[in-house]
Ligand binder design. Structure first.
Ligand code: TLP
Length: 363
């Protein structure tokens, strides 16, 4: 055991900015972005729109605000949104669209590959003539799919959803927090994955390692309205170019290296799957998220988390006997080998718990 080593696999949100990002932040050209006058934010927005193949883009502080602004822009109060039961928007965004926008979520089960069964989606679409129903307005998808072990949703599937949405006059929003991971895993342009969505957002502060920020991309008129919602939510940041500068470096330098995170996640998954007591199909790991289960009659979830943490390996307990480990910038191949060795030790160790305690990481 290495007393000094920390292998933090709780999330790719823990990534720290690269030296090039810090340099760019220190020297960024700035202005008042609420007035549309921050040249660095404007440059990042142009870059993001180009990467996503959309007319325009808007820089927002977080992925949560990006999704909320998009839902508020698409929907009016009382409208219904069709969303996967494991979607981040549904599970982990504080019910913001209902709380702030009066938007009604209608969940459809996520399949293990992150998609929604289209028959189920169609069955969930309401008859607009029936006075009892809310209007179905929007279908939300997620790529990669966080709770489906970073599953990748294909352009072919997106095209099928588009066809369905067109038949019923619905819009599509894509939570692409990790869209670049999906693009790298599939070997396609991110614009291809975003093509059939009316709005798409992606995060700079996950695998791309920037400290703060997400981008919403879509038609120019959509972005114009989204800008008003961002202001309403308090997301109009003044000299935000300090942050956007890191985002530009992220897009320029941190996309291709995501492939290494995927290799590390696959190696971790394969190693874990060989350990007695771990339930996991490594073939499902396509990107940087590994979700696995602890068999009954082994450690308790808190014992596993705490025994690993005592060795510097941090993972997230995500409910029941399930856990999540996420690879990212700063995690190297030897960190994965170290983590696997620690798993092996704690799963075979008979040592009693020194400090029985609560789970501290719900994610
Ligand atoms: N996900 C975080 C946690 O909130 C769970 C993580 O550690 O994975 N969409 C997706 C698919 C996400 O995974 C996340 C963050 C968000 C949106 C929200 O992004 P932020 O944290 O920037 O608000």
């Amino acid at each position: 055991m290495d007393a000094t080593r920390i292998v933090d696999l709780r999330s790719d949100t823990v990534t720290l900015p690269t030296p090039a990002m810090r340099q760019a932040m220190a020297t960024a050209e700035l202005g008042d972005d609420v007035m549309g006058e921050d040249p660095t934010v404007n440059r990042l927005q142009v870059m993001a729109a180009e990467r996503m193949g959309k007319e325009a883009a808007l820089f927002v502080p977080s992925g949560t605000m990006a999704n909320l602004v998009c839902l508020l822009t698409h929907c009016r109060r009382g409208d219904e949104v069709i969303v996967g039961h494991l979607a981040h928007i549904f599970l982990f965004e504080v019910g913001g669209s209902a709380a702030v926008g009066g938007i009604h979520p209608r969940t459809v089960p996520n399949l293990p590959d992150g998609t929604l069964d289209l028959t189920e989606v169609e069955a969930a679409i309401r008859d607009p003539q029936n006075v009892h129903y809310p209007y179905s307005r929007l279908i939300c998808l997620e790529n990669t799919h966080n709770r489906c072990s970073g599953a990748v949703v294909s352009p072919a599937y997106m095209a099928q959803v588009r066809e369905l949405a067109n038949r019923y006059g619905l819009a599509i929003h894509l939570d692409g927090a990790r869209l670049f991971n999906a693009a790298i895993a599939l070997g396609v342009d991110p614009a291809e994955l975003a093509r059939d969505a009316d709005s798409v957002c992606f995060c700079l502060s996950k695998g791309l390692s920037a400290p703060v920020g997400s981008l919403i991309c879509g038609p120019a008129e959509f972005i114009r309205q989204a800008r008003r919602w961002r202001k309403l939510l308090g997301g109009g940041m003044r000299q935000a170019g300090v942050l956007a500068a890191a985002g530009i470096v992220a897009l320029e330098t941190m996309v291709d290296r995501l492939a290494a995170d995927h290799t590390h996640a696959r190696r971790l998954a394969e190693g874990l799957a060989r350990l007695p007591g771990i339930v996991l199909d490594p073939r499902r790991v396509m990107t940087n998220i590994v979700i696995f289960e602890l068999a009954p009659d082994t450690l308790s979830p808190s014992e596993l988390v705490q025994r690993l943490a005592a060795r510097g390996v941090k993972i997230g307990a995500i409910g029941g006997r399930k856990f999540r480990a996420v690879t990212h910038y700063g995690i190297e191949a030897e960190d994965i080998e170290y983590a696997l060795a620690c798993f092996q030790t704690v799963l075979s160790a008979e040592e009693p718990m020194r400090q029985p305690g609560r789970l501290t990481c719900p994610e």
